[in-house]
Structure formats: structure tokens, C-alpha cells
Design a protein around this ligand. Sequence first.
Ligand code: PLP
Length: 396
Amino acid sequence: MTRIYLDHAATTPILPEVKAAMEPWLGAGFGNPSSLHEEGRRARAAIDEARETVSAYLGCLFAEVIFTSSGTEAANLAIVGAALANTDRSRNRVLLGATEHHCVLHTQPVLERMGYRVELIPVDRIARVRLDGLEAMMGSDVLLVSVMSANNELGTIQPVAEVADLAHRHGALFHCDAVQTLAILDFGFRILDFGCDLASFSAHKIYGPKGVGALYVKAGTKVKPLTVGGGQERELRAGTENVAGIVGFGAALGLREALRASGADSEIRGPTEPHFSRDAFLDRLVEAGFKPSVPNRADTLPGHAHVRLPGVDAETMLIRLDRMGVSASSGAACSSGSLEPSHVLLACGYSPREASEGLRFTFGRTSAIEEAEEASARVVEAGMRLTSSQGSAHPG
Ligand code: PLP
């Protein structure tokens, strides 16, 4: 049975061109970029070239890009680093979207130990931050607001420009976890236009390597490092750089840019463009009784399909699907071997039971329509078997 990978929001395969670009830096190009000799200078030049690609893609200054070990580290550095650098202690509140990734939400106890008050911005039924809620929470005591560009579970696109504007009107900083949208042609590169002071990115969501991320730090934004001991990355991220990984990030982004510039229409272009494989897949599931979590597809990223099959728990379904050759996820955290209810669905107002039913299928650049059709047949079959064994209504 051929396997069908529908978990591109979790990670994407490294493109052969990216791997080829990285290889020299895992072999002969082993120099330490901080060394003054030729091997070191070559490694430094390779990092600079990647930084040039990333900054050109984002439309920012070369020095505004800080490479990190992951999207997680970038978001931690943005939020905790800004809190560490803050000298105006009358700004003692930090506002985080209630359905942010844990790399943002789990900064809460760290910030609280530093004396900050952390509050969660409410979201609507599809995990979109409520601007009226945020407006009511804003004040001159807010240091930073963090809202993602699109939700990694439901795929919901966030009103980033409006959030940034609200934050700025009250003199607060705005951080955007833009990890899920960097790959979206015609959108990913525009994120800074919406008014970010800080923005986090990750390479492995865009067909690059794992273990590399980047933080955009707008010139003049005060951030303190979380790792100390070396002056790397403009003294914001101590530690010898992952040269091969950074080169791979640059190569992956360079390929996205080339695709965008060439106008290749087989690619996912914009957040409101239909993704034919995703749409065909979702149509079949809805017909069979699965409930889409975001009724209007234009509200989500084009590769995302998030559904629930009422009465069937995600973990059971995902294990069954894995055996049937379909790789998907729930987006919910896995702790001690079993899935917790999704914090995203809980924040959207679902019951704990319903929040354990979320299934996320995410399509990538190579997800063909035939694959989508085959996957939907397998998912519907798995759903039928599970509902009949659990005595619920059959999805047809
Ligand atoms: N933010 C979002 C929205 C994500 O989806 C992810 C990855 O799942 C991350 C941050 C973390 O990125 P990384 O895996 O590079 O740490």
C-alpha cells in the first residue's frame, strides 16, 4: 500500500536541491564561522549569503535577521528577550493569543517569574483572535502582543495587520509567529508589511532542514539574548552557528522565491486561493459526515483540512489511519503516550470530548489530486469502521 503523507504542517521533506546545497557544509566546509582563517571565512560567507536570501525574501535589512535553532527558539527569544530588555516596568503585561503554538504559550510561566502579567486574547469559534477582545485588553501597560499569522491546527488566517495596529496604537511591541505561512507564495514574504516588530520562522516547514529558524528583529527593537557566551548573531544568540542548516534554510527560501517569481501555478499561491487536492479531499469527507472545523475555506490556509468525526476520538482514528497508510495528525499535544484534548479547540469553545476529536490533514506542494482522492477513501473507510464499532451513526 502506498503511503500518503498529509502532515505538511508538522514538517515537510527536504528538497533534493536543499540537501545538495547543504552537503558541502557537512564535509569540507567545516570551518567555524567565527574563525579568522580561510575555512572560517568561507563558512561566514555562506551564512551571510543565506541571511541575504532571507532578508531579501522578507524585504528587511540584512542585520534584522537572526538565525536560531528553531521556530520555537525564535519565538522564545522574541517574547522572553523583549521582556528581559524592557526597562520601562510600567509596561508589565504581555498578551498572547489563546490558540498560539506552545512555543508562545509556554513563555507564560517564564514571564510570570519575571514579574509580568500574562493574559490570553480570546478567539472565536474558528480560532481567530477577537479584535474587540484585544481592544478591550489593550492599555499603556502592555509591553508586547503575540499573535500568529495562521493557526497551525485549524489553519485559520489571523488579522495580523489589525492586531499589529492595535498593539502599536498603545505603544506595545507586536510579535508574529509566522512559522505556518512562510511557504505560502504571495503571502509568506509579505508578513512584515503588516507591521511586525518581531517575527518567527522555521526552515522545516518550507522543505528545508529541521533545527533551524530565524527571528526578524526590526531595527531599534530591544531584545536581550537567552543564550550567552559568544557574540554570534549580533550578540542575540550565542553559540556556534549551524552552518549547513542555515545554508539549507537559505536554499529552501531561494527556491520558494524562484517559484513565486516564475508564477508556477501548480503551487499554493495565496491564502485565499483554492487548493484543488485539499478541496476534493474535504468535499468527500464532509459528504461522509465529518464536520469541518472552519466552514468557510477562505478563512484557512489553502493546504489545511481540519475536521472532527463526532464520537470518534482522534487518537484511535490516527492509529487506524497510520495502519491504512495515511499520515495525519490532530495537532494536539502528546503527553505520556496519549493525546490531550486540543488547547486550540478548547479555546474555541469545544467541550473536552469534542476537543479530542480534531483531525488535521495538511497538503503540500506534491499532494496530487489522485492522492487526495485515495486518502479521502481511506479516511472515510476508517471512519465507517470506527463509528460502527462504537455504535455511532455511520458516515456514508
Ligand atoms: N509555531 C508554529 C505555528 C508551528 O506550527 C511550529 C511547528 O510546529 C512552531 C512554531 C515551532 O517550530 P519549530 O519546529 O522549528 O520549533
